[in-house]
Design a binder for this molecule. Structure first.
Ligand code: VGL
Ligand code: ZN
Length: 196
């Protein structure tokens, strides 16, 4: 069990309808189980005075991220649509920061960085700055999906020097290929994340 404190942030990745609701366009199996575990962490983290931050995949109607525009994904999490909203069952704390990524049509998965396809450049989101401003040294990553946004968010957190923990009870994988979730967990472990 993670001991939360004021220097720890719980980063809740992409618990949005398109991933977490059975009617969502990119529904992740067992997402409801992840939400139960995520909510327990939110409760413990906020009770201990930890920072809780939510990320949201937030795409325009056309982006190289979508299959219709040259990427690999069905249309999902279009900004301001139902699919982009945080799932109703998620404990969405009032006043906690929400970081939207992909807003300018960028590709990528991490809550910390997006990838500008035209310029072939990575650009930071506001997540790192807001964690540093709050004195955060350690990041706990939960949410959806293990093999994409959770993985890349945890890899970036470790690369940026945050002590990084991933809670397996509170994540679930897309598994486009069987075993993707397991491989993602191995990649996070190799990058120095602690897997609990
Ligand atoms: C995600 C696929 C496409 C995720 C986002 O949140 O893991 N996966 N966009
Ligand atoms: Zn996406």
């Amino acid at each position: 069990m993670v001991d939360y404190d004021a220097r720890t942030a719980l980063v809740v990745v992409d618990v949005q309808n398109d991933f977490a609701h059975p009617d969502g366009s990119l529904y992740v199996n067992e997402a409801a189980d992840a939400i139960v575990a995520v909510n327990e962490e939110i409760e413990r983290a906020s009770a201990a005075g930890a920072v809780v931050a939510y990320t949201q995949d937030w795409h325009p109607e056309h982006t190289p991220h979508f299959a219709q525009d040259g990427g690999i994904w069905p249309v999902h999490c279009v900004g301001d649509s139902w699919g982009a909203q945080l799932h109703d069952d998620l404990a969405a704390l009032e006043g906690a920061p929400r970081v939207r990524k992909g807003v300018g049509g960028e590709d990528g998965y991490s809550g910390f960085t997006v990838h500008d396809v035209e310029r072939d450049e990575d650009a930071p989101t506001e997540l790192e700055g807001l964690l540093r401003d709050r004195g955060v040294e350690r990041v706990v990553v939960v949410g959806l999906a293990t093999d994409y946004c959770v993985r890349d968010t945890a890899l970036d957190a470790a690369r940026l020097g945050f002590g990084t923990t991933v809670l397996t009870r509170a994540i679930r994988a897309v598994n486009l290929e069987p075993g993707d979730g397991e491989r993602a967990i191995e990649a996070m472990r190799l990058a120095g994340a602690s897997i609990e």
